[in-house]
Write a protein that binds this ligand. Structure first.
Ligand code: GLA
Length: 389
């Protein structure tokens, strides 16, 4: 048993007096393909070594009891009469999953869930998807519900969309379920077909946290989604067959630049070109062309900054701080934006020096000391301890 798991089990036994089962789901980085998932497009995330663990045991009284060492308080909900939408606390990410499992027709026994997350919250590394997926596995385990991982990802996305009210795409939950060590996961977010592409051993993914927290349930993310829908509505006057920006080609979009406001045109152009970058990125990664892949990451960042407008001053500074450092192939903001982290591809022999230099440059520019993590692509969600009393 891993050290962290052992400690969690001990705490749980002191709390409930029973042995729990333990489930773990990872956070993620996205190599390329940002704000494309809810446009039915392509993404290329990897799961990372930071994850969320949930220790769980069943209760006979139909109550869902949730706690964590990281957050104060203990939360108790009656599963016969759960709230229909978010309550405004972190435990919504747990409760929402229970509620959507019930909506999907699964009956749930009561449960004690102790949640511990290593994924920094609000840093763009999908702490919420990690909590959701780990809790989904826990509730499924306690109730002997067997579902394919793709279905688990869908359920967790539904919880965010309907229970939490953030209209996120499927990327984070999907890779938290199905990521594979040493690989990037190229996902078609319409068909949910995917390909695992090996990431060369000699490269590390260095994640740099600007320490600026983002908030998804907040308006900007949902607004971007509406702007994309607006683009589809306008373009479908000429192209009635398009269902999402995924169906629009660069040529079709260029043809109607004058018919669309500058803002909506920029949003559409980012999505159309980002989808192309993911396809090209997949070709380059398969060929082991890391310099070529890095160049696409830089383009992606510029597009997110200038056309999609989801970057922020600190993210731009962090991307600039990496330029010119030895062993650096390329980097960009990763995740939803408005704060959070950059992802940098760095030759492994240079990774330690890179961490030191990038942190120093960022601190000089902003006065803030960033957290920096050297990551490799990790496996998706698993059962860590199988037996519960
Ligand atoms: C968040 C969402 C994802 C995706 C990214 C942006 O992480 O959860 O579904 O839209 O933002 O690419």
């Amino acid at each position: 048993m891993e050290m962290e798991s052992e400690k969690l089990v001990q705490q749980f036994v002191e709390w409930v007096g029973k042995m729990p089962a333990v489930f773990r789901a990872p956070g993620r980085v996205n190599l390329i393909g940002e704000h494309t998932d809810y446009n039915d497009g392509f993404v290329m995330p990897s799961a990372i070594g930071l994850g969320t663990r949930v220790a769980a045991s069943a209760r006979d009284d139909g109550q869902l009891v949730i706690r964590s060492e990281q957050f104060p308080g203990e939360f108790k909900f009656d599963l016969d009469h759960p709230p229909g939408h978010r309550t405004g606390s972190w435990c919504d990410y747990v409760l929402g999953v229970a509620v959507v499992l019930q909506w999907a027709g699964h009956s749930l026994r009561g449960a004690n869930l102790w949640v511990e997350s290593e994924v920094p919250i609000g840093a763009g590394l999908s702490s919420s998807a990690a909590i959701e997926v780990a809790c989904a596995l826990a509730l499924m385990g306690l109730n002997e519900i067997a579902l394919p991982k793709v279905e688990v990802a869908r359920l967790c996305q539904r919880s965010e969309n309907t229970f939490i009210g953030a209209r996120v795409g499927i990327m984070d939950q999907f890779v938290s379920c199905l990521g594979k060590a040493g690989h990037a996961l190229l996902l078609d977010c319409r068909s949910l077909e995917f390909e695992l592409i090996p990431i060369p051993d000699r490269v590390r993914m260095v994640v740099c946290n600007t320490m600026v927290k983002h908030q998804h349930a907040g308006g900007e993310y949902n607004r971007r989604r509406e702007e994309c829908e607006e683009g589809v509505r306008i373009l479908s006057q000429w192209y009635p067959e398009i269902r999402a920006l995924r169906d629009v080609s660069a040529g079709q979009l260029a043809e109607h630049e004058k018919d669309i406001s500058e803002k909506i045109f920029g949003r559409c152009r980012h999505v159309v070109e980002e989808n192309e970058r993911v396809q090209e990125g997949a070709r380059r990664l398969r060929a082991g062309d890391l310099n070529g892949f890095g160049a696409l990451m830089r383009e992606s960042h510029r597009s997110l900054r200038d056309l999609y407008e989801v970057s922020c001053g600190e993210l731009d500074l962090m991307v600039e701080a990496a330029e010119g450092l030895p062993g650096y192939y390329g980097g960009r903001m990763t995740g939803g934006g408005f704060g959070g982290c950059t992802l940098n591809l760095v030759e492994s022999s240079h990774a330690d020096a890179f961490v030191e230099a990038v942190a120093r440059r960022y601190q000089q520019a902003t006065g803030t000391k960033p957290d920096v993590y050297i990551c490799s692509a990790a496996d998706g969600a698993t059962v860590e301890v199988n037996r519960a009393d």
